[in-house]
Design a protein around this ligand. Structure first.
Ligand code: BJW
Length: 260
């Protein structure tokens, strides 16, 4: 876990002023939010067994259709990895921010680190790793699954007790629709924004739609859009302000600036 060093973060005065003046803060998070917890970002080079595989090809129905045990083994490994890490200082800062402003978190992340830090999440737009369901009949699968201690190349997915289909992770693969409830909750959250409110766009490359369109939707409601990311992204141009630093340092500095 990263220890925040607020002194290294140059928080632009206009960023602090914008958040100070906001009634509501919409927080749109991507994989970079969990990077400092030790969860690799989606477009980072993968390691070990999966280093030769492109995650954007593994996260598809086609990959699952071709080889469910291979895809399940990747997800089982990631479930195990997420279970063993902790929320970072950025997750905790967002939980603290909720005591100061109305905070609505919409995340593309399939982990549960916001919740474990104490935040209530408005929407997981790409689903959740732990919400398993049958790939055939859609029945939720709630039994314990055994997770590998070491990565394994193939693991048979659990079997659905209703129809004997393969059980899959409750995530949204490319080409699949986002969950209706998550889309509705996100639209409703964006609709509540008014001029003077803020959208923090944290740790996303802004390449995957429709999520990459949410910052522009927030801006259309009058919100000031602030990107928090060490590097420039596909959506940097439409953001009002940028803080080029890691989430686990910038977010604690932002909350400290509001309270200090
Ligand atoms: C840090 C940091 C630190 C690092 N601190 N930051 C419009 C135009 C073109 C295409 C489409 C379109 N609309 C829809 C599409 C198709 C497609 C799409 O977007 N394709 C594009 C890639 C071109 N979208 C879909 O298919 C979506 N469905 C859909 O639209 O349904 C309707 C439809 C159906 C059929 C046809 C057409 C439309 C579904 C998208 C599902 C995405 N699913 C995944 C996998 C989830 C499961 C899993 O985890 O395995 O979601 S893909 C993957 O990307 C994952 C992520 O949530 C998502 C976004 O990634 P993210 O979070 O941005 O991570 P990275 O790794 O890309 O970036 C990390 C960032 O963090 C970087 O910028 C770093 O700099 C930064 N960073 N350290 C802060 N410490």
């Amino acid at each position: 876990m990263t220890t925040p060093d607020e002194s290294t973060i140059a928080l632009p005065a206009e960023v602090l002023t914008a958040v100070q003046g906001a009634r509501r803060v919409l927080v749109l998070t991507g994989a970079g939010m969990s990077a400092e917890s030790g969860v690799p970002t989606f477009r980072d080079a993968q390691s070990g067994l999966w280093e030769h595989f492109d995650p954007s090809q593994l996260a598809t129905q086609e990959a699952w259709g071709e080889d469910p045990p291979f895809v399940w083994a990747w997800y089982a490994w990631r479930m195990q990895l997420v279970r063993d890490v902790d929320p970072n200082a950025g997750h905790r800062a967002l939980a603290d921010l909720a005591a100061l402003r109305e905070v609505m978190i919409v995340t593309q992340n399939v982990d549960d680190l916001h919740e474990r830090a104490g935040s209530s999440v408005t929407a997981h737009v790409h689903g959740r790793l732990g919400e398993l369901r049958c790939a055939d009949c859609g029945a939720p699968y709630t039994a314990e699954v055994s997770l590998p201690v070491e990565p394994m190349e193939r693991i048979d997915p659990p079997t659905c007790p209703e129809c004997e289909g393969d059980v899959r992770p409750g995530v949204v693969w490319f080409g699949e629709m986002l969950p209706d409830a998550a889309v509705a909750a996100t639209d409703a959250a964006i609709d509540t924004l008014e001029p003077g409110d803020v959208a923090l766009v944290v740790g996303t490359s802004g390449v995957v739609y429709p999520a990459a369109g949410y910052p522009a939707m927030a801006r259309a409601e009058g919100a000031t859009v602030i990107e928090i990311n060490p590097t420039e992204t596909e959506i940097s141009d439409m953001c009002d302000h940028h803080v080029r630093g890691p989430a686990a340092e910038v977010l604690p500095a932002l909350v400290a600036g509001l309270t200090g």
